[in-house]
Write a protein that binds this ligand. Structure first.
Ligand code: IMP
Ligand code: MG
Length: 181
């Protein structure tokens, strides 16, 4: 049976409790240097669960942010990152003059975040910061680091808490790794 249909092959890496604790402390870090009137730019689809938790923590901690969504495409189902990133569904907000916090699921080659960052700067954002749930620093192809990172992980393929493998497992409440087949 392929791993896509075999949930038992997924090994828990970061529990739901560990994620919740880290999301709260991440929100503390962001609030400590957040300018007022933040616009949170959520990169879909992988970061939708993380962003939902993060914006609620930000709100609880007094940083009332606006939220908008952009869909970027760079990754194919064969686990290989393509060289270029495209916007497949754009923001509805104007970012000119705004303090932007880009939220994404995972930093791997760095191409997605580099593209998102450059796009916000080119559109005239007043400031751009990046918040990544996960970081695989050994996989970088572009020289970029995130301002806020939830967890640094080994270069393994992970699913859950928004992240998919072949469009599955986004709903898992924890982050698990899929062993190479
Ligand atoms: P980058 O552009 O190479 O940094 O890749 C970032 C994007 O690739 C993420 O936003 C994910 O959509 C996808 N990605 C990278 N690693 C994984 C993984 O382990 N599981 C699921 N998606 C991943
Ligand atoms: Mg993504």
């Amino acid at each position: 049976m392929s791993v896509v249909n075999n949930k038992s092959k997924i090994q828990m890496l970061i529990s739901a409790e560990q994620i919740a604790e880290r999301v709260e402390t991440l929100a503390d870090e962001i609030v400590a240097d957040a300018p007022s009137d933040l616009l949170v730019v959520v990169i879909l689809k992988g970061s939708f669960v993380f962003a939902a938790d993060l914006v609620r923590e930000l709100e609880r901690k007094g940083a009332s942010a606006q939220v908008d969504f952009v869909t970027l495409s760079s990754y194919d189902v064969r686990r290989e990152s393509r060289g270029s990133v495209t916007v497949t569904h754009d923001l509805s907000e104007d970012v000119a003059g705004r303090a932007i916090l880009i939220v994404d699921d995972i930093l791997e080659s760095g191409r997605t975040i580099a593209f998102a960052r450059e796009t916000m700067v080119n559109r005239g954002a007043a400031s751009v910061k990046t918040c990544l749930l996960l970081d695989k620093p050994t996989q970088r192809k572009v020289d970029i680091e995130a301002d806020y990172v939830g967890f640094t992980i080994d270069p393994e393929f992970v699913v859950g808490y928004g992240l998919d493998f072949a469009k599955r497992y986004r709903g898992l409440p924890y982050i698990g790794s899929i062993p190479p087949s």
